[in-house]
Ligand binder design. Structure first.
Ligand code: CMP
Length: 137
């Protein structure tokens, strides 16, 4: 059993498709162990995406992630990290496999509907960034 962090990004929240995205997870044996809707500050986004701070898209990414509400979730299940990434599809929605969340709902590489942890180690860090242990059930 693994846990991973998922974020429904501002584009998908603005489109009112939180439920459609959550259904993808629940229909594929991932359980919502924690969930909240929040608005990040640009500083929060910068801390969360610190690994990307040298990348040319970092500033735009932080602006974007703090431009509207997001939904952060802990997903739990067998192989949750890999399963979530498979359900999301590639970062660039133009390359995402048909039927994936990003192929179906994302607008662009930046407004790409969802974020998911890329490893178990990062999942632990990202979950701890947003949730206290008592909020994960
Ligand atoms: P995410 O999985 O949340 O991790 C970092 C994010 O940076 C990524 O999704 C994209 O939304 C965003 N991003 C913007 N431009 C790029 C780019 N050129 N390459 C990779 N990620 C990008």
């Amino acid at each position: 059993m693994e846990r991973t962090l998922s974020i429904i990004k501002p584009d998908a929240v603005a489109k009112n498709i939180i439920g459609k995205i959550v259904d993808r997870f629940e229909s594929n044996n991932l359980r919502i162990a924690a969930m909240k809707k929040i608005k990040l500050t640009k500083e929060d986004a910068g801390k969360f995406y610190e690994v990307h701070k040298e990348r040319p898209f970092f500033n735009d990414l932080c602006e974007y992630m703090s431009s509207g509400a997001v939904v952060v979730m802990v997903l739990e299940g067998n192989n949750a990290v890999a399963k979530n990434r498979e359900l999301m599809g590639t970062t660039n929605p133009k390359e995402a496999a048909p039927g994936t969340i990003r192929a179906d709902f994302a607008e662009s590489i930046e407004a790409n509907a969802v974020h998911g942890s890329d490893s178990l180690e990062n999942a632990r860090k990202e979950i701890a960034f947003f949730f206290a242990e008592r909020e994960i059930l």
